[in-house]
Design a binder for this molecule. Structure first.
Ligand code: ARG
Length: 457
């Protein structure tokens, strides 16, 4: 493509080092759509005739169909997807093909392709996020009566409805979906017309191109347009964050599926066995979800590092943006799909939950609150109940095995109604502040999510 100035052909070592066709071929459909829109602007500017534009469009669509069908041979000597398609077009339709790259550079072309690709993938990832939210809401609804110990420091803390715990993930994923919707606005900006760096003396109707491709805005600075990869960093961050959330869920599923917890039973279809130990059933899907988060972080840091310190405008370093982006997009879509499917088939062992939540210590804070209502300052109440807990541990008794006299030996303010505090159901029902897990609140939240996620389509 640059043979005019050069006396030697590219060394094989350099072509192998610099080719990107082995991975950027994946942009072909976006490259073709972009080129078709560009050809329409060339027609409007009088650079190509109507029949030339038609030949370009038809030729590009045929190339697209051949690639779809796996009948296209990419040539690494042509470096990237842009030059492969353009060279093939010219081979097929002659001089009209050679006019296509007028007033365009691969610098604005690759920026366009990446934006088109990421705009579509942002929507696809968003849909997968919604899918996992639906699976979590379904699991919560099917087990809406199950109460589990909530944990802090992985030590039993206070009773919560399992649904409340699962809805915490639905909230996290909702922020992820909102983040995707927000960053999509910054992807949805049309860079073509920026050329290599300084636009072109041949002025094209950029608004026409944007309309053809459904972009909401035009980039406003040709230097920024070809240098900017902020939007790619943003999606890598959003995906890393989703990975973080999935990793926490994965960790919980691993713990919950252990014999020690026994709270969930993973469907056989989403577990694996051991080649040696016949009894094993391993939570590989959850573990791999947790493990793959590492590469999502790596991809984000890789691109941030690649871009750091690059002078304006385009530098070839920027070709390194694609592999991390492709890898993160592929990885998160697969992880979200696997988890949505697995979560919707998780079985909850309600009797194990009942045993764990029968731990009377879970209501120690409720006992302190009882004293507070009788006028004891909370710090003092905390200490009194702490002593009571210590004695229970020492004597191996639960709160409900104590009689009123035993309670009163810790505080005269205890009355007969203390035993009502020890009722799990009542303890949950009392937690009525917005966001707290009273059964009525959790029911309302489940209802809200069911409606919102149905509306999401
Ligand atoms: N393959 C290149 C990339 O991915 C396309 C842009 C090349 N531009 C250039 N001036 N060499 O970034």
């Amino acid at each position: 493509m640059w043979k005019g100035r050069f006396q030697q052909s590219t060394d094989k070592l350099l072509s192998e080092f610099s080719e990107s066709i082995s991975f950027d071929w994946r942009l072909y459909s976006h490259d073709i759509e972009g080129s078709i829109a560009h050809s329409k602007a060339l027609l409007a500017a009088g650079i190509v005739t109507a029949s030339e534009q038609k030949a370009i469009e038809t030729g590009l669509r045929q190339i697209g169909a051949d690639i779809d069908a796996g009948k296209f041979q990419f040539d690494p000597a042509l470096e990237d997807v842009h030059m492969n398609i353009e060279a093939e077009l010219t081979r097929r339709i002659g001089p009209a093909g050679a006019k296509l790259h007028t007033a365009r550079s691969r610098n604005d072309q690759v920026a366009l392709d990446l934006r088109l690709y990421l705009r579509a993938e942002t929507d696809a990832i968003g849909a997968h996020v919604r899918g996992l939210q639906r699976s979590l809401v379904d699991l919560a609804s099917r087990n809406s009566e199950v109460v589990i110990p909530g944990y802090t420091h992985l030590q039993r803390a206070q009773p919560v409805l399992l649904a409340h715990h699962l809805l915490a993930y639905v909230e996290m994923l909702d922020r992820d979906a909102a983040r995707l919707a927000d960053l999509r606005k910054r992807i949805d900006v049309m860079p073509l017309g920026s050329g290599a760096i300084a636009g072109s003396t041949i002025v094209l109707d950029r608004a026409l191109i944007a309309r053809e491709l459904g972009f909401a805005a035009l980039s406003q600075n040709s230097i920024d347009a070809v240098s900017d990869r902020d939007f790619a960093c943003e999606i890598l961050f959003a995906v890393a964050m989703i990975g973080l959330h999935l990793s926490r869920l994965g960790e919980e599923i691993v713990i919950w599926a252990s014999s020690e917890f026994g709270l969930v039973i993973i469907p056989d279809a989403f577990a694996t066995g051991s080649s040696l130990m016949p009894q094993k059933k391993n939570p590989d899907a959850a573990e791999l979800t947790r493990g793959k988060t590492g590469r999502l972080y790596g991809n984000l840091v890789a691109l941030l590092t690649t871009l750091k310190g690059l002078p304006l405008a385009y530098n070839r370093d920027m070709q390194e943006d694609k592999e991390p982006v492709f890898d993160s997009v592929d990885t998160i879509k697969a992880a979200l799909a696997v988890n949505a499917a697995m979560v919707s088939q998780l079985e909850i062992n309600a009797s194990r939950a009942a045993i764990s939540v029968g731990d009377p210590m879970l209501l120690a804070t409720d006992l302190a609150d009882y004293l507070v209502r009788a006028g004891v300052p909370f710090r003092q109440a905390h200490e009194i109940i702490g002593k009571l807990v210590a004695q229970c541990i020492e004597t191996g008794r639960g709160f409900s095995q104590l009689d009123l006299a035993a309670f009163q030996s810790f505080s005269p303010l205890f009355g007969q109604d203390v035993f009502e505090v020890l009722d799990l159901r009542r303890a949950l029902e009392a937690r009525q502040a917005p966001g707290a897990p009273s059964p009525a609140n959790v029911r309302a939240q489940l209802e809200r999510w069911r409606k919102e996620l149905a509306a999401e389509g």
